[in-house]
Design a protein around this ligand. Sequence first.
Ligand SMILES: Nc1ncnc2c1ncn2[C@@H]1O[C@H](COP(=O)(O)OP(=O)(O)OP(=O)(O)O)[C@@H](O)[C@H]1O
Ligand SMILES: [Mg+2]
Length: 252
Amino acid sequence: MAGTSVGLRNTIRGRLTTLGKMGASGLVERSEQLAILTQAARALVDGAGRFVNLVGEAGAGKTSLMAATADRLEHHGVSVRTAAADETSRHRPWAVAAGLFPEVPLADAGPDPIGTALDVLERAAAVNPVALMADDAHWADDASLDLLGAVARRARTLGVLLVTSTRPHPVPHRLRRMEETTAAAGLRIDLRPLSPEAVAALVEARMGAPPGPKLSAWLAEAAGNPFLAVELPASLAAEHRLVVEDGLVDVS
Ligand SMILES: Nc1ncnc2c1ncn2[C@@H]1O[C@H](COP(=O)(O)OP(=O)(O)OP(=O)(O)O)[C@@H](O)[C@H]1O
Ligand SMILES: [Mg+2]
């Protein structure tokens, strides 16, 4: 690396370290969070349930981290039930919970649909460890949030792992209450922006070469948002505006 500046050398070293740590999940700079979630998976197999909320801005990597967590849970023999809310869910009672409890006709479950769902969950968890994952819970309908809140409060006694993901703002009142009432059994994981080294490693993994100076300057505008770090080079490539020169991919 003769002739390379120390700053550049450190950047390259940082990127190589980040690439090396990417692991099977394909995620950069999320090993700490994955380790916590893997620990939660192991604890679940030993009968200890809990509530984990993944918090991050749009594109921060919530769905990706959930998917990697689901892989680990399944690897540990856990039955994973997943559902995701979208912008329309708020107006559809039980929209999210119905995906998590397909065997419970929640809208027609009599006077106590939440109690019925909890009984079903308790029976399922007695047979095999169960994890419930609700992505984009900030969009969930109130009925589903009430049920998720009940699961969160009983996560320990039920021996169930509940993982939700939310954007940080605005947090619906019911979700805030879930966080407050489950402080002891709950855990919040914040998905922070990626470092410039991690963004460069992500580009290298996807484009086959690290970003050159012009592309790096554009990427800096993305402020470490993984979605933008993926989409910006992809859309430039689609417009044939990327070239590889001297081992770097850059804007032509
Ligand atoms: N740590 C990471 N390493 C590599 N790629 C990542 C990482 N986090 C996210 N990505 C990529 O960034 C994009 C956005 O990630 P993802 O969909 O998980 O974000 P999100 O927080 O769920 O967004 P939204 O709020 O819109 O649902 C995806 O293409 C994903 O593969
Ligand atoms: Mg998502």
